[in-house]
Design a protein around this ligand. Structure first.
Ligand SMILES: *Cc1c(COP(=O)(O)O)cnc(C)c1O
Length: 430
């Protein structure tokens, strides 16, 4: 059964079992397994590869655990992501710590655990100097900004001349080579060109720049032994197709830098969106419908709290939507341009504007596709809206759908506690 068929079965089953009350996220577990298989198969020509998932794409503990059981470790970039990964049983050398703002405490924790660290800048490197000792268990590397330029989306392009991430290569080549010469424990280079909107050719340019730098550092003695290639493979949000495959990407990499397959380096990958986006979707019930200035509007429960980028930058992050009836079956009938609105109290809280869909009615459902990365896993707490429940699902050969909980919906009591309720009355008298 392919992913589209599994999704249709899951939607009908979710409606039947009252899981859509009023908003929920879903993760296709078989789809995740297939994505991991594609990933590991594609990178096999590169030899030793540690695959990690970027926790920020979907930092839900059961998802990280599921991926870890499939052999995918985790890339973390905050104390929270680290704690979730560790709670999921992924720790030590199975974690890679990246972040431009690591505190001394975070660095000390990673070093004590044997977690790999990619230092973002020279000041962080100086802090590591003070903590590292003689023979660190952690693999230690430096994040390089290859300054190869931006992709289609400025906000997720990390290899521009002036990006806040990593050490800019053009400006610092000599200093980087010296930094390695002074620190025998520095053995890795890291590069992450950007996320969504960066074509594989641009990503390969970044990898080529870093491979070239590794060769230069290794001229006198072999010091750099691994390259962390980051993530960033783009996803096709316009159709059910996945977009460029991992195999396409590895072919692009090897065409640009054939030496990557010569066995002299091991590798790390940190994909997020390409593993997860297509294997998740959001479903909301339609609460009300209306017509304003001649335009039909469906008011749903899915807005910026679960789709911040789509709502705030609709030109960069459009989502495919499908209209379903209350039984979870695709609605048919004449398509009418409609606004699909969320529940948040600002006018721009729209998942889509003038989207042609069969006319929605209260009780219908709206599916937001390809939201397995950076959507329900990246909540925005506007209007004190709760994080929705997330369910994993599998579909048997006979079409039976089994749901397993990934996250409960946030309760009102939890929302109240998060709002500082324990300090009610603690402010000085007004
Ligand atoms: C966000 C990020 C990733 C993952 O990017 P995707 O586009 O989700 O694959 C990997 N590495 C780093 C350092 C990141 O910041």
């Amino acid at each position: 059964m392919n992913r589209t068929d599994r999704k249709l079965r899951a939607l009908a089953a979710a409606a039947d079992r009252d899981l859509l009350d009023p908003l929920a996220g879903f993760v296709d577990l078989a789809g995740l397994r297939e994505a991991v298989e594609d990933l590991t198969k594609a990178f096999a020509p590169l030899g030793r590869v540690q695959h990690t998932v970027a926790a920020k794409a979907c930092g839900l503990a059961p998802v990280l655990r599921y991926l870890a059981d499939l052999g995918v470790d985790a890339e973390v970039a905050s104390p929270g992501e680290t704690a979730v990964a560790e709670a999921a049983g992924i720790r030590g050398a199975r974690l890679v710590l990246d972040s431009p703002a690591k505190t001394t405490a975070e660095l000390a924790h990673a070093l004590a655990e044997g977690t790999a660290i990619n230092a973002d800048n020279f000041q962080e490197l100086a802090r590591i100097d003070d903590l590292v000792g003689q023979d660190p268990r952690s693999v230690l590397g430096l994040r390089i900004n290859p300054q190869v330029g931006a992709g289609r989306i400025g906000d997720t392009s990390t290899a521009t001349a002036t990006s806040k991430f990593g050490i800019p290569l053009r400006d610092n080549r000599t200093r980087i080579v010296e930094a390695f010469a002074e620190r025998p424990w520095l053995t890795r280079l890291h590069v992450h060109v950007g996320s969504q909107g960066c074509p594989p050719e641009l990503m390969a340019e970044g990898v080529a720049a870093v491979h070239d730098l590794a060769e230069e550092i290794n001229t006198h003695r072999r010091q750099v032994t691994s390259l962390d290639l980051g993530g960033g493979l783009p996803v096709d949000f316009a159709s059910e197709d996945p977009g460029p495959t991992y195999a396409d990407y590895v072919a692009t990499l090897l065409a640009k830098v054939p030496a990557l397959a010569d066995g002299r380096y091991s590798f790390v990958t940190e994909f997020g969106r390409s593993l997860l986006a297509k294997n998740g979707f959001l479903v909301s019930t339609v609460e009300y419908t209306k017509v304003a200035g001649g335009r039909p509007i469906a008011v749903t429960h899915a807005g910026a709290q679960v789709a911040a980028r789509t709502v705030l930058q609709p030109e960069h992050w459009p989502l495919r939507l499908t209209a379903l009836d209350a039984q979870g079956r695709p609605k048919t009938g004449l398509e009418v341009p409609q606004d699909i609105a969320g529940p948040l109290c600002f006018a721009g809280d729209l998942l889509a504007k003038e989207r042609p869909l069969p006319l929605l009615e209260p009780g219908d459902l709206v599916v937001a596709h390809d939201t397995g990365a950076y959507y329900f896993g990246a909540h925005y707490a506007y209007n004190t809206l709760p994080r929705p429940a997330v369910h994993g699902f599998t579909v048997s050969a006979h079409g039976h759908v089994e749901f397993t909980p990934i996250r409960r919906a946030q309760s009102l009591a939890e929302l109240v506690a998060d709002a500082g309720a324990e300090y009610v009355g603690a402010l000085p008298e007004a």
